[in-house]
Design a protein around this ligand. Structure first.
Ligand code: ZN
Length: 126
């Protein structure tokens, strides 16, 4: 866990949004990126990364909250956000793949006609 934390510290040196060096500290302890102008709190990022890490390890929201000393509800909400992000990504990916398959079918002259699969003609029983 210590190693992860130190990695995250260096991750904070680079802007997480545009991946460029050029962060500077603001008076309210947030950092601001001079390239994309995004402002964020490093501590919040560290917390989020840690929560994500626990999520990745498939540790329950309740246990994560207990171990990281957070309240359960925000952790639970975060976990749901992670799941939703994953689901959205999968759906988008599936749509993209379906699009490709449809394209292939039109390229090869559309769907085959006639019976397919079990009981189809010209099919030997293995
Ligand atoms: Zn940036």
């Amino acid at each position: 866990m210590k190693r992860v934390l130190s990695d995250m510290y260096f991750l904070g040196r680079k802007c997480i949004f545009c991946d460029k060096y050029g962060l500077y500290r603001l008076a309210d302890k947030r950092v601001k990126c001079k390239h994309c102008n995004k402002k964020y709190r490093l501590q919040k990022l560290k917390d989020d990364m840690q929560i994500l890490y626990y999520f990745y390890l498939e540790i329950s929201a309740r246990k994560t909250a207990r171990e990281l000393d957070f309240r359960y509800k925000p952790i639970h909400r975060k976990f749901m956000d992670f799941r939703k992000s994953i689901a959205d990504y999968c759906n988008a990916e599936a749509r993209r793949l379906n699009g490709e398959i449809e394209m292939d079918e039109s390229y090869f002259g559309g769907k085959k006609k006639g019976k397919r699969g079990r009981g189809a003609k010209n099919k030997e029983i293995a």
